[in-house]
Design a binder for this molecule. Structure first.
Ligand SMILES: *Cc1c(COP(=O)(O)O)cnc(C)c1O
Length: 411
C-alpha cells in the first residue's frame, strides 16, 4: 500500500487567505451592492512592459520557423540572459557574480522551497516572525520541523521577531543557526536592511559557517541610494549567501514566470564525513535533473528588461506602485494611524489603531470602508497588531480606498 509524506499533515491548512475569502464572501453576500476594494493581494496589477511583450512576440515568431525554432534550452538558462543579469544586476553594483553562478528559473517561490533539496536534515533553521509563509511551509514539507503549536509556530524552527522595537530587522541570534532566511525589502513589513545590518549577518554567517538565503524579490523598489540591492554588495557574502531574485514584482512577470537564483561557486557546506562540498555543484545537479529550463519565449521577455527601453519601462512601473504606496502612507497617517514600510517597498505595514487585533481591524475596515487588507497575525505571531496594505493596485482603487478610510474610519 502506498503511504504519504506525513509532514504534509503538520501544515496548518492555509489559514490566512481562505479565512480572508470567507469573511469577504459573508460580507459580499449580505451587501451585494457595495464595491469592495482589495488591497490585500501580493500580486501586480499593471500590464507587462512593452519591451518585454515585443521581445516575446518576436520569440514566438522564431519558434514558428524551422531555421530559428528552439527545443530544450540549457537547464540553467540561456547564456545571453545570464550575462545580462550578471552585468546589470551585479557588476554594475560592484558585485563579482559571474553568469555561470546564475540559475534562471520559473519563480523565486519554487526556488526558495527547492533549495532545501541540497541541504541536510539536521540544520538549525531561522525565519523572521512575521515571515513570507513559503519559507516555513517548505521546511515543514521537507520534514525539518515538528508539529505546530497553538500560535502556529513549528517545533524546531527558530523564530526571530521583527517589530517596531527593532525597526523590523531581526537581532543577530546568540545561538548557532545553520540556515537563515532574510527578505529585504521585506514582505510583509516593507522594511529594508542597511549595509551595516547585512554586514552583521554576513559576519555571523561566516563565524558559524551558516548559509543565508537572501530573498531580494523587491530590490527594484529600493529608492534610497544608501541601501544595498544585493547581499553580494556586502563583503564576504560570496562565502555565505544564496540570493533569490525575480522578474515578478519589477517587470510584472507574476503570470509570465521568470526568476533566478545566485549560487556563488565559493559556497560550500559540510558532508557528514567532514569534507566540504561546493553548493554550486549540488544545485547545478539538482536543477539539471529536476528542471528543464524556462521557456525560450519568456527568457527573451526577461532579457528585454535589460534593454534601455525595458529599463525605463520597469522604472516607470515601479514608480507607479511606489506612488501608490506613498499615498497610502500619507492618507493613513492623516487618518491617525502609525505606518511603516512603503518607501522602498510596495507594502505598507500599519499598526492597528486603538489596540485592535489584526483581525478586529480587518473586520472594521471591511465593514466600515469596504476595503480588504491582510491581517499581520497571518504572517506570524509577532505580526499581531499589524496589518499589511499592498500598493499593487490601480490608482483609482487606491485613491478610492484611501478616501473611504480617511472619511469613514474613526481612530
Ligand atoms: C512575490 C515574492 C517572490 C517572487 O515569487 P515568484 O515565484 O518569483 O513569483 C519571492 N519572495 C517574496 C517574499 C515574494 O513576495
Amino acid at each position: 500500500m502506498a503511504t504519504i509524506n506525513e509532514n504534509y499533515l503538520k501544515l496548518k491548512a492555509g489559514y490566512l487567505f481562505p479565512e480572508i475569502a470567507r469573511r469577504v464572501n459573508v460580507f459580499a453576500e449580505a451587501n451585494p451592492d457595495e464595491k469592495l476594494i482589495r488591497l490585500g493581494i501580493g500580486d501586480v496589477t499593471e500590464p507587462l512592459p512593452e519591451a518585454c511583450r515585443t521581445a516575446m512576440i518576436q520569440a514566438v515568431q522564431e519558434m514558428g520557423d524551422r531555421s530559428t525554432f528552439m527545443g530544450y534550452g540549457p537547464e540553467q538558462g540561456y547564456a545571453w540572459l545570464r550575462e545580462k543579469i550578471a552585468a546589470h544586476d551585479f557588476h554594475a553594483r560592484g558585485c563579482e557574480i559571474e553568469p555561470g553562478e546564475i540559475f534562471i528559473s520559473d519563480g523565486s517561490k519554487c526556488d526558495t522551497g527547492n533549495i532545501l533539496d541540497i541541504f541536510g536534515r539536521n540544520n538549525t533553521i531561522a525565519v523572521t516572525d512575521p515571515v513570507y509563509p513559503v519559507y516555513v511551509d517548505t521546511n515543514v514539507m521537507a520534514g525539518h520541523t515538528g508539529p505546530a503549536n497553538q500560535a502556529g509556530e513549528y517545533q524546531g524552527l527558530v523564530y526571530l521577531p521583527i517589530t517596531a522595537q527593532n525597526n523590523f530587522t531581526a537581532e543577530i541570534p546568540d545561538q548557532k543557526i545553520d540556515l537563515i532566511y532574510l527578505c529585504f525589502p521585506n514582505n510583509p513589513t516593507g522594511a529594508v536592511a542597511t549595509k551595516a545590518h547585512l554586514q552583521a549577518w554576513v559576519d555571523y554567517a561566516k563565524t558559524h559557517r551558516s548559509i543565508i538565503f537572501f530573498d531580494a524579490a523587491y530590490e527594484a523598489f529600493i529608492t534610497n541610494p544608501e541601501l544595498p540591492h544585493s547581499i553580494y554588495e556586502i563583503e564576504g557574502a560570496r562565502d555565505c549567501a544564496i540570493e533569490f531574485r525575480s522578474f515578478s514584482k519589477n517587470a510584472g512577470f507574476t503570470g509570465t514566470r521568470c526568476a533566478f537564483t545566485v549560487v556563488p561557486k565559493t559556497l560550500s557546506a559540510k558532508a557528514t564525513d567532514g569534507s566540504d562540498v561546493e553548493l554550486w555543484k549540488l544545485w547545478n545537479r539538482r536543477q539539471s535533473t529536476k528542471f528543464n529550463g524556462v521557456s525560450y519565449v519568456v527568457q527573451r521577455g526577461a532579457e528585454a528588461v535589460y534593454s534601455p527601453e525595458g529599463q525605463a519601462q520597469v522604472r516607470e512601473l515601479v514608480s507607479f506602485y511606489l506612488e501608490n504606496a506613498n499615498m497610502i502612507r500619507e492618507q493613513l497617517t492623516a487618518a491617525g494611524m502609525r505606518v511603516y514600510g512603503g518607501v522602498d517597498a510596495p507594502y505598507v505595514w500599519v499598526q492597528t489603531p486603538n489596540n485592535l487585533s489584526s483581525w478586529e481591524f480587518f473586520d472594521k475596515l471591511l465593514h466600515t470602508c469596504h476595503v480588504v487588507g491582510t491581517p499581520g497575525s497571518g504572517f506570524g505571531a509577532a505580526g499581531e497588531g499589524y496589518f499589511r496594505i499592498s500598493a499593487f493596485n490601480s490608482r483609482e482603487n487606491v485613491e478610492e480606498a484611501m478616501k473611504r478610510i480617511t472619511e469613514k474610519f474613526k481612530v
